[in-house]
Design a protein around this ligand. Structure first.
Ligand SMILES: *Cc1c(COP(=O)(O)O)cnc(C)c1O
Length: 432
């Protein structure tokens, strides 16, 4: 039975007040008290609260080491250096990601080679990695994109075969499972943004986790000078963490010349948010899976989630997306699809991050004054990737759209949002 779309004067699918179903992060008096405690104690700088946050983060993941950083970007750059990326070296990363998965490599005098993503997971395609490895490749950076775990088993196999490090970018997928294992614990090091937009929302901050003491020490040496030894200010001998012979002569100053300490107001909020994260995340999972269950079998719409009843999960569903199969909707352009969904009362937009490899910064910018583009300044070949070189990645802006990010399981509200998408897809022939 044909329903009239809102763009053609029909009733909007979304009629109810959504209340606080989208509100995030959830801040209570507990967060406020934790901040006040830090403020009143005069402990905004320092590391005592951060160290507690690190310990709890490490315990959650069952890893030996965690390092709180000022941002996810800082954690990623530190991890790249700690994994041995130096002048002229290369990392392999997806082009479909937030820039911080790749761009920090420039400041290490290295560069990035982009690999394709899988059109169903939106994560690094394991089949497109190996032929891009050169003798300069040092690390692979899989991103668990929009909450979906990357296919880590084959990636780890390739890394092992070629003696590469794997840096997981977990900024979209806090708490997601890959075959029963928490993402961030599978590679050699896991890096998380915990800025306020992410599913584990702390403020500005980043976290690095690893079981490799060497990686942890190198990350500390890179941007945490105060923790490399007992400082003249604190006299705290517990801070003498550096045991690596290469690092030892240089303790007390940061190798990178960066200061990446986490603000302790972030650490304080982080401890409270983390305490409640798993139960809140479970409710998000229940709500988001319910949303997709309502759209099962609708033409043109495909869920971006792992197969049901598998032990792979979407964590907090950050930046949740749906996949668009325009062939099933008579070639309806995604912009028109999204515009019709918006008329039904849902903010829906096409695409996601623009592919990095097509951005001028990756092709033309001479950031450091080498007299040639930074992307190739330290390379013996032109590894830039022009339009057409990564067709799956380049198609994704037309192949996915945003969906609502529900924080609470309230079926009667979620039904209305699901109806908006279903109604538009099933009546796509009404759209001119
Ligand atoms: C947000 C984000 C980062 C960077 O984190 P910041 O805390 O903003 O520096 C890195 N990678 C991905 C995939 C992100 O979404």
């Amino acid at each position: 039975m044909a329903e009239q779309l809102a763009i053609n004067g029909g009733p909007k699918a979304v009629q109810s007040d959504p209340g606080d179903i989208f509100q995030w992060p959830i801040i209570t008096e507990e967060d406020e008290q934790a901040c006040l405690e830090v403020l009143r104690r005069g402990a905004m700088s320092g590391t005592d609260v951060t160290k507690q946050f690190e310990q709890e983060y490490a315990e959650w993941h069952g890893v030996d080491y965690a390092l709180g950083c000022s941002s996810g970007t800082a954690a990623l750059q530190s991890a790249m250096w700690a994994c041995g990326v130096r002048a002229g070296d290369e990392i392999i990363a997806p082009s479909l990601t937030y820039w911080a998965s790749a761009l920090p490599v420039f400041s290490l005098q290295g560069t990035v080679v982009f690999a394709e993503v899988d059109p169903n997971t939106l994560c690094l395609d394991p089949n497109d990695i190996e032929h891009r490895i050169t003798d300069r490749t040092k690390a692979i950076v899989p991103v668990h994109y929009c909450g979906h775990p990357a296919d880590m088993d084959p990636i780890m196999e390739i890394a092992e075969k070629h003696n590469l490090k794997v840096i997981e970018d977990v900024s979209h997928a806090h708490g997601a499972l890959y075959k029963g294992r928490l993402v961030g614990t599978i590679g050699h090091v896991g890096c998380f943004s915990v800025m306020s937009g992410k599913s584990l929302a702390v403020g500005e901050g980043g976290m690095l986790i690893t079981n490799d003491r060497k990686i942890w020490e190198y990350a500390i040496a890179w941007g945490h000078y105060g923790r490399t030894k007992a400082t003249q200010w604190t006299g705290d001998l517990d801070q003498a963490v550096i045991t690596e012979p290469e690092l030892k002569p240089f303790v007390g100053l940061p190798w990178g010349g960066y200061k990446y300490r986490m603000h302790q107001l972030s650490s304080a909020v982080g401890r409270v948010q983390l305490k409640h994260y798993r139960s809140r995340m479970e409710e998000i999972q229940k709500a988001m899976n319910y949303f997709w269950d309502q759209l099962e079998g609708v033409p043109g719409l495909k869920a971006h989630r792992p197969p049901k009843d598998s032990d792979t999960t979407m964590g907090g569903w950050y930046a949740a997306r749906g996949l668009y199969v325009e062939e099933e909707l008579d070639g309806l352009p995604i912009e028109k699809f999204c515009a019709a969904v918006r008329e039904e009362g849902v903010s829906c937009s096409p695409g996601i991050n623009d592919p990095l490899h097509l951005h001028p910064l990756l092709n033309d910018a001479d950031i450091y004054g080498h007299g040639k583009p930074t992307r190739i300044a330290n390379s013996d070949r032109d590894l830039r990737q022009p339009e057409g070189s990564l067709p799956v990645t380049e198609s994704m802006p037309r192949r996915c759209y945003s969906i609502p990010w529900f924080k609470h399981y309230r079926p009667e509200i979620i039904d209305e949002y699901a109806l908006a998408y279903r109604k538009v897809a099933e009546n796509a022939d009404q759209i001119k």
